[in-house]
Design a protein around this ligand. Sequence first.
Ligand code: BDR
Ligand code: CA
Length: 317
Amino acid sequence: MSKSRRKFFIDTDAGTDDAVALIMAMKHPGIDIVGISTSGGNVPLDCVVQNVLYIKELCGHGAPVYVGAAKPILRILDTADFIHGKDGLGDIGLDLTGRVPEEGDARDQLISTLHAHVGELELICLGPLTNLAQIEQREPGILSLAKRIYIMGGLVTLPGNVTPMSEFNIWADPEAAQIVLGAKAKFTMIGWDTTCASSDFTVEEIAAFRHIDTEIARFCADIQNVRINWMHEHKEETAVNLADPLAMAVALDPTLIDRKEYFTMTVRSGEHADPYRGFIDAIPSDDSSTVEFIHTVDRQRYVSLLKSSMTKEGIVL
Ligand code: BDR
Ligand code: CA
């Protein structure tokens, strides 16, 4: 039984939708989360670490959490707390202090875990790619030891969510994204366009999570309020785009994939305010060793997987 369990290492900048994605993995009976690495991103690193530790507690899960990169390789950290809340979990009054992560640096742990499970470890990346880039810089070729690397980030169809050309995780640390996507490894990418196509939720759909009537379901709904209010004020449509849960769903169950395409990808750097900062030049390819980009998933089955992770039983296979 334990032999057939998949091994995930999750890299996160938690983040409200990272939180929901982490819950999905923690509530899946077929996954061993062998480690969680953190980086600054949606909110500063200290908040990210506390948030992941809180979510672990909420789920009663024992995954080890490690502290990683506080900031992008070259750039200043530019957070997205107007969407995720100052504390990164929607400012709903949670006590997000005092929890203690594992000793040891996340990048050291990623390296040693990849060596310990050659060809078996699946990396699920839900934030800027700083930690992964830094281990590839330190030990060129290390990422090729992963079974597959799932990336929430980027896009091949415009527009993006930071600039019209770019998505947050790639925009935040474009140098890291180029190092990672330039490495030899098997990549599956779930983009901002994928998210808009398959993981848009109305305010009512988010509110309906509460009908599941568990602490986890209420948490998943409540933490979206900062984003909902911001969308009300700044956008005509109030959709909640749950990017990271969609990426996690693809990793948990690749049979959800509906339409995909392969691309060779190069990431543009760009000055701070350059609209092309983090833009991905994506060239369609026939070669399945290039980046597998997911365009759409079976939404009905995806939503059902998402909601089942919030139930008392968790995901039942
Ligand atoms: C990505 O950026 C963050 O706001 C989300 O957590 C997601 O990882 C979407 O662009
Ligand atoms: Ca994220």
